[in-house]
Design a protein around this ligand. Structure first.
Ligand code: T1G
Length: 700
């Protein structure tokens, strides 16, 4: 049982004990109802207190149980709350730390609530594509008022207990304890004070729930929410559920909430958001690196290179209060880099995103040098120099000479072989890839590239450091392009072939933006610079002659059309503007290219455009799993959601493939393999996909 029962004089205390956050899984729910039954049967018990052990009162329903029979098994959460509410003896919730979702709904079923200051109170279900499904939409408005409750339910954001307790007329908390330390004593003495009064026990469900201008208010709220959450059905249903609380009797309102909750539980958006909640947390776990692996202390960081990447990388550490020393070859490069960092902070101060004193603090942590010897005390050095192995070799040889023993030496390389880089030093076990995505101080994704010799404590240190600098870190093995770029390569190849076959850049981009990508492949190329892909293709032409591409991208670059930075790429751009204008030059280039290749263009439906690009990610992602470059499909999803603008409500390419059905995905791939233009090899469904289809499974 994961709820303890203990009698303290004439008060029974039920303590949820399901670490880490007292998720209300089946065993915990059983523990509560059994404790309640014992308390009812024990005449010496006059009142009951429910609380949570450890770092939470309760983080809500056990998300890990969703989709399993346990989630619905009695006593389900509604039954538990009914048992609390119908107790003949007063039940007092002693709330501390975190009280969220089903945890708050459980507290709302109690007759009284005593809360410690500083407690985070939330109904965050909307962030999982759901709504509070155990009475939250019906009870919270009754104790906080309709508008405050609706704001909390639609936003899912946590509010501190003392703020809510200070709201005029609130009935959520009967008492705020002096401190978290005195909570239990105060809750137990409060329970004694309300015991044996004989009068009917106060129940939230009996409170009135009205809004003076209901129709107008909910109409306005519904329109606002619809506008903000166009790809997510949950927020609007939150409005519907709270409106039901003002229009229906309690039990009818509960039935309406249940109906809406079950509807949302079945949506692909909720499936995606729940997948991501778990995948984001799972990404920080490395299968063969124990969670308690000792971590090296990172008190100061060296960054080599003060360019766009070096500056952005430095800001991440300055923001986390970690001193940074930037090294460059020339003073003017240093000055330019520091000026860019300063300008970035100043614009944040201007926009009210950063306080002046914080800005000053961060700049005070920044130092610069032209001399490698000044990096000798750094615990971590990250190089962000020119993407060429010879340059990396010079840097790592110098680092090997000056860095102190135990310093972690990281490369920000996006395509080079981390094992080769490690081999430039006598300490390959201390070398790791830390691949930031531009702009490095903004993009959440950090690919942590694990070399053959990278030590486990180096990995554990970097993963913990990533959390500290608010990055989503995903471990990748060493291969060309790691996880993200290896997959985007196939995505871009298909985009090029689609131009050969009859599509325009604009048609492909629009199809992918309709799918939900932040930016289509051609607009993305114009933003990042088409010359980057051009250089990679040139390098690959010798290393990987098997990799065929459409020649259109090269022909575009031969015209110097690198994208926004040259004022023209796949699209034309007006000076100082970012609007992508379809270019007659590009249309002519593509048409001429088709003639040269003897291709008769065909009309291509958006569905094929979308499938060719998204399934290219899926097939390459499957190979990445087969090669052990990524250890979990959820990691690949996290890479695409935090680094490549994949739509969150689809859960990432691998989760999305499961939603479509791997059988259907494989059939589409086989259809593409029959396309005479294709080299046939790529579209053979990866063996892992074929295996999962045979077993009727998905990647998740
Ligand atoms: N169920 C199961 N596990 C949970 C969990 C939950 N509700 N919340 C957290 N965990 C795990 C998490 O996976 C991780 O474990 C560990 O706890 C620490 O999490 C009917 C249906 C509570 C504020 O949405 O917001 O109630 O993956 O790293 O930063 O209406 O976790 O490492 O093994 O986030 O201290 C509604 C979600 C559920 C709250 C703690 N509740 N959780 O933050 O730790 S639906 C939520 C959080 C519901 C009812 C509906 C945060 C936290 P592992 P962490 P943290």
């Amino acid at each position: 049982m994961t709820a303890e029962y203990k009698v303290n004089g004439d008060v029974a205390v039920i303590t949820l004990a399901n670490p880490p956050v007292n998720g209300l899984g089946l065993a915990t729910r059983q523990g509560i109802t059994e404790g309640l039954a014992k308390a009812q049967a024990d005449d010496s018990v006059k009142a009951i207190v429910i609380t949570g052990a450890g770092k939470a009162f309760s983080g809500g329903a056990d998300i890990k149980e969703f989709g399993t029979p346990k989630a619905l098994q009695e006593p389900n959460l509604l039954s538990v709350i009914a048992a609390v509410e119908n107790s003949a003896k007063p039940v007092v919730a002693a709330i501390h730390s975190v009280c969220m979702g089903g945890g708050l709904e459980l507290a709302l079923g109690c007759h009284y609530r005593v809360v410690a200051p500083g407690t985070s109170i939330a109904l965050p279900e909307v962030k999982l594509g759901l709504l509070p499904g155990a009475g939250g939409t019906q009870r919270l408005p009754r104790v906080l008022g309709v508008e405050t409750a609706l704001n909390m339910i639609v936003s899912g954001e946590a509010v501190k207990s003392e703020l809510l307790a200070a709201a005029p007329g609130q009935k959520l908390f009967d008492k705020v304890a002096a401190s978290p330390g005195s909570l239990m004593d105060e809750a137990i003495s409060f329970a004694r004070s309300v015991a044996g009064q004989g009068a009917a026990l106060p129940r939230v469900r009996d409170l009135p729930c009205k809004h003076p201008q209901g129709d107008a208010y909910f109409g306005f709220a519904r329109n606002m929410v619809k506008g903000m959450a166009k790809n997510y059905p949950a927020p609007v249903k939150c409005v519907d559920a709270v409106e039901a609380a003002t229009k229906l009797k309690f039990d009818a309102g509960m039935a309406e909430e249940r109906r809406l909750f079950i509807e949302l539980m079945m949506t692909p958006e909720s499936s995606a958001l729940r997948h991501l909640f778990m995948a984001e947390r799972a990404a920080s776990r490395i299968p063969d690196v124990a969670e308690d692996t000792p971590k090296r202390e990172i008190r100061s960081v060296g960054v080599i290179g003060a360019g766009t990447m070096g500056g952005g990388i430095s800001m991440n550490f300055l923001n986390a209060g970690i001193p940074v020393r930037i090294l460059e070859m020339k003073q003017e490069a240093l000055d330019r880099g520091v000026a860019t960092i300063r300008k970035n902070y100043e614009s944040q101060v201007k926009r009210g995103k950063l306080k002046q004193d914080k800005y000053d603090e961060r700049m005070a942590l920044l130092s610069t040098t032209l001399n490698y010897d000044d990096l000798r005390d750094c615990d971590l050095v990250i190089e962000a120099v020119f993407e060429e192995l010879g340059v990396k070799e010079a840097v790592f040889k110098e680092l090997d000479r000056v860095a102190k023993p135990g310093a972690i030496l990281a490369s920000n390389t996006s395509t080079l072989d981390v094992d080769k880089i490690a081999a430039f030093t006598q300490r390959p076990q201390d070398v790791v890839g830390m691949h930031f995505f531009s702009p490095a101080n903004v993009m959440k994704l950090l690919e942590v590239v694990r070399g053959k010799e990278t030590a486990k404590d180096v990995l554990a240190t970097v993963m913990a450091l990533a959390k500290k600098i608010k990055k989503t870190a995903v471990v990748s093995g060493v291969c060309d392009g790691f996880i993200g770029n290896r997959m985007i390569e196939q995505y871009s190849r298909q985009a090029g072939f689609l131009l050969d076959e009859g599509a325009t850049p604009e048609q492909v981009d629009k199809a992918m933006e309709k799918f939900g990508m932040a930016m289509g492949p051609f607009r993305m190329g114009d933003l990042a610079g088409n010359d980057i892909g051009w250089a990679i293709r040139k390098r690959r032409a010798t290393e990987r002659a098997d990799m065929k591409y459409s020649r259109t991208a090269d022909k575009l670059c031969e015209l110097g059309r690198f994208g926004q930075k040259t004022g023209a790429g796949w699209y034309d751009y007006q000076a100082g503007k970012r609007d992508a204008i379809p270019s007659p030059v590009v249309v002519e280039l593509i048409e001429k290219h088709r003639k040269d290749e003897g291709i008769t263009p065909r009309q291509i439906a958006d569905e094929e455009l979308e499938q060719r690009l998204v399934y290219a990610l899926v097939n390459e992602g499957a190979h990445i799993l087969e090669d052990g470059i990524a250890t979990k499909s959820g990691d690949i999803d996290m890479v695409y959601l935090t680094g490549y603008g994949f739509p969150i409500w689809r859960g990432g390419p691998m989760h999305y493939a499961g939603q479509v059905g791997l059988y259907n995905v494989a059939e589409s791939m086989r259809r593409f393999a029959r396309n005479p233009r294709d080299d046939g090899k790529f579209w053979e469904p990866a063996p892992l996909i074929q295996k999962l289809v045979a077993e009727g499974k998905s990647f998740d």
